[in-house]
Design a protein around this ligand. Sequence first.
Ligand code: F0G
Length: 473
Amino acid sequence: MAATADTAYQQCLNQNCRATLAVDQTAFSCPKCGDLLDVIYNWDKLPVPKSLRDFEAKWSDRLNPLSFSGVWRFRELLPFAPPDQVVTIGEGQTLLQTADKVAQFVGLNTGKLKLQYEGMNPSGSFKDNGMTAAFTHARMVGARRVACASTGNTSAALAVYCSATPFGFKAIIFIGSGKIAYGKLAQALDHGALTIQIVGDFDDAMERVKQVADRLGIYLMNSVNPFRLEGQKTIMFRVLEASGWEPPDWIVVPGGNLGNSSAFGKAFIELKQLGLINRVPRLAVINASGAQTLDQLVTHHGLKWQGGAPEMTVANNYYGELDSKGLKASTIASAIEINRPVNLKKCLRALDFCDGVVRQVSDQEIMDAKARVGAGGLGCEPASAASVAGAKKLREEGIIAPSDTVVCILTGHQLKDPTATVAYHGTDQENFEKVLGSRGVRRAGFANRPVVVPNDLDDIIRTIALYSETANA
Ligand code: F0G
């Protein structure tokens, strides 16, 4: 990475404003018009690789923490930081798994479905890709107190980066009360974050954390922070790497605050601009039905990027309607239980560039897909399974063909939300009703029930004989 002052800067996304800020300034929205900020590079002054294959040389340099990291081994494609400022804990050692059993469930030909398993990150979700980049920027600007609002994974990642690094970062996290899965809450507490539970949901917490960060000058780690998205671009670089640098036909990703989809779009825009890819995958962003803002706006109200001038009154009217009806987001996929996605505009840009589509899937579809993902190999949390449920829906609609190569992003680890998993598979009907039935999930079609057996050797052996033929079906 070269020096950064004249090669990277921040720029307002609003085409009528286009205010610029230096790379080492701290602002999480445009100081002039309040819109989102982008990180922009003067590529012609930077050493850009001739081919994506050049990154393979980094594998032989793995004792260098920057080359070991699955984010920073692509540092030439996110060159905003001096190398000696990088904050890394070895994130991004993730894999692209071919999942044939899940492909069958989705309706794809053998070998055509791949799952990008981001649960392998140190904090168990894709968030670490963004955190390493945002913490690097925080270090560049001398920040110490860092904050986020979260449905759980951002806060877990933030807490891990504060506790695992020696730079004196202090974590402050805002969560909606009763809104985050136990695995994630456990992480925030165990890693020593100041955990502020407010009465309200993620959208309320997000609003508050922005005010608090502004008032107290605390560094904001949500995905409105454009540096977060720089790190999350690398998920796509790793997908390409694991595919022999050949882009798949589809990338399918759950949509919550829309940071990932926005980052993926930016990654492909830049790779194309740099001549490093010829073909761009199509992007499918999948909402949960209980938090369907993007699907409503894009699929049903026709909201589009329109060359950088989307008709944002469509979104504002929709939010007004939610408020007047007192509607709050509600889904078992708590990670994406978000009605006001902060990166909406950037996601529209990504959808435009990647010929994208948006769909919503029900909690039933999410939980069934999650069970199939688990039975097919690497487990995930409910929000992640929205990608697989969405791919299945698009397959059924004929938008994805059986012969298409599809990559679904498994954004978070299975153990993040044991409550949902145990309710689905377990035999406790009351618990099923409480956790899932109350959300309209009626059947656990792919449940792998625990078998209750008397503590008797013969009974146990008989039971194993009876059940072993159907196990792992
Ligand atoms: N999947 C998981 C497991 C997540 O934790 C999130 C977001 C998403 C998908 C949605 O990603 O926001 O980039 O569209 N979780 C955030 C959090 C909001 O606070 O942990 P997105």
